[in-house]
Design a protein around this ligand. Structure first.
Ligand SMILES: *Cc1c(COP(=O)(O)O)cnc(C)c1O
Length: 466
């Protein structure tokens, strides 16, 4: 054994203690470190030929890199939709690395059963029945991709084509209909060989809504003349957290032949609260469902889950068995369900957090985040400098400059806010208006943070000139 490696092996408990001490210090300071770290990166150093050991590597990391990491796990990072990591989730994540299980098949470890138990809890949390098969993936983009891959296979079933063998081209042009799809849906269509241009956006409800107009969707389906299609319904859009009427969309199945995929990346968490669960009413009518976990479940990156009613088709797409062995029977191993073969036990952080805080603890995070978003919305709309560009429907505040919200000024404001280090919000365009989004999804955020965010936004607005 390399002597440095042998030395590390002999001191492993001490090394873990050093890592623990460093992590404890970092995580304790997370609320006060600069929320964003634009620029000023260190240059590269050459690959060492002789190593310096884990303790030396930790010292170098602490010196060169750690100070430049963002406070994205902290309470005032409101860009994109960014969750933190609960204490229990971090514990589970550390142990994931310690055990280093490969959750591809089930023969040698309890790990597969643990992932299945966690999937069962998540199904329950989102009100999905036992008919849904599930699997952990790295994020909602992959979850959407897997759901749409199963949809593509289903189209083949309807049209008498075996897509997994003949390829997507054998389907001819595919129609994908959606109101306000997330950008990852077009990416998935590209990856799947369906093509980005096959996405047809359907008109939205009037009044600045981002929810699909179900009558317009019916008309678009009607125009297909009986050809089966894919509908992507959206449960929580990133700008205004609007929800398609999932029940009404699903009811169109009585008249039209389509696969219903629901992107509930973070909106799915509305199901945790009796006050907001109506927003995802009908989720259990979907053929496939995408939910992100590194957002509102507050587990570390990377984790999401995908559910589908047609695990048989999912296996047709992803199975890794030799053709002469045939398709796996019974409960398929995870390597037959997703693009990966070898897989990290990314269920463990979720298992820990759900075991530690339960349904109630996670509901409280969701409800507190929504209440804080409402407060920020009220506070910003009371100022002379900013206006809301949409009502605060759930956990995102979409706002802009009260005067001349040009692209330049709004981006200058975003840059000034980021440079201030107090908070981080991300620019967007809503129905042609340049705006900023503040998304609440971190378990640490409290009322005092909102006041600091208001101050930071006003300071940023003052620097948005000219
Ligand atoms: C974040 C998000 C995605 C993509 O998620 P990743 O985890 O970044 O892959 C897809 N859809 C919606 C609605 C999202 O909010």
């Amino acid at each position: 054994m390399d002597p440095v490696l042998a030395d590390d092996l002999s001191r492993l408990p001490d090394l873990l203690q050093s890592a623990r001490d460093f992590a404890a210090e970092e995580v304790t300071g997370i609320a006060e470190r600069p929320v964003a770290r634009p620029g000023g990166r260190p240059g590269p150093v050459p690959l060492p030929s002789a190593g310096i050991g884990a303790e030396g590597a930790l010292a170098r990391f602490a010196e060169r890199w750690a100070p430049g990491f963002s406070g994205s796990a902290g309470p005032r990072y409101l860009g994109f939709v960014t969750g933190g990591a609960t204490p229990a989730a971090v514990t589970g994540d550390w142990l994931t690395s310690v055990y280093d299980q490969n959750v591809s098949g089930g023969g040698d470890s309890f790990a597969t059963a643990l992932e299945r138990e966690t999937l069962g809890w998540l199904r329950e949390l989102f009100g999905l029945g036992g008919e849904y098969g599930g699997a952990f993936v790295t994020g909602a983009t992959v979850s959407n991709t897997v759901g749409l891959a199963v949809a593509r296979e289903w189209l083949g079933e309807r049209l008498g084509v075996d897509v997994s063998r003949e390829g997507a081209a054998a389907l001819g042009p595919v129609d994908v209909l959606s109101g306000s799809p997330h950008s990852s849906v077009t990416k998935a269509l590209s990856v799947l060989g369906i093509g980005r241009d096959r996405l047809r956006t359907v008109p939205l409800l009037p009044g600045g809504r981002e929810a699909v107009d179900v009558d317009a969707l019916a008309a678009a389906l009607e125009s297909l003349g009986g050809r089966p299609a894919i509908v992507v319904a959206n449960a929580g859009t990133v700008n205004t957290v609007d929800f398609d009427d999932l029940r009404a969309v699903a009811a169109l199945k009585e008249r039209y032949d389509f696969w219903l995929h629901v992107d509930a990346a973070f909106g799915g968490f509305a199901a945790l609260s009796p006050a907001y669960a109506h927003l995802v009413d009908g989720l259990d009518a979907a053929d496939s469902v995408c939910v992100d976990l590194h957002k509102w479940l507050n587990v570390p990156y990377d984790a999401a889950v995908q559910f589908t009613r047609r695990q048989d088709l999912q296996v047709r797409v992803h199975h890794n068995a030799s053709p002469y062995l045939g398709l796996p029977s019974g409960e398929p191993d995870f390597l037959h369900l997703t693009p990966e073969n070898s897989r990290r036990l990314r269920a463990l952080p979720a298992w820990f957090s759900l075991m530690a805080y339960g349904r109630d603890g996670h509901r409280e995070i969701v409800e507190r985040n929504v209440a804080l978003a409402r407060t920020l919305g009220e506070r910003l709309s009371e100022t002379a400098e900013s206006v809301l560009v949409a009502p605060v429907r759930l956990n995102v505040v979409c706002f802009t400059l009260a005067e001349r919200p040009t692209r330049e000024r709004v981006h200058a404001m975003a840059d000034a806010i980021a440079a201030g280090g107090e908070t981080f919000v991300t620019p967007t365009v809503l129905h042609g208006t340049h705006a900023l989004r503040a998304a609440f999804s971190n378990w640490r955020t409290e009322g005092a943070d909102v006041e600091r965010v208001v101050d930071a936004v006003l300071a940023g607005a003052a620097r948005a000139e000219p």
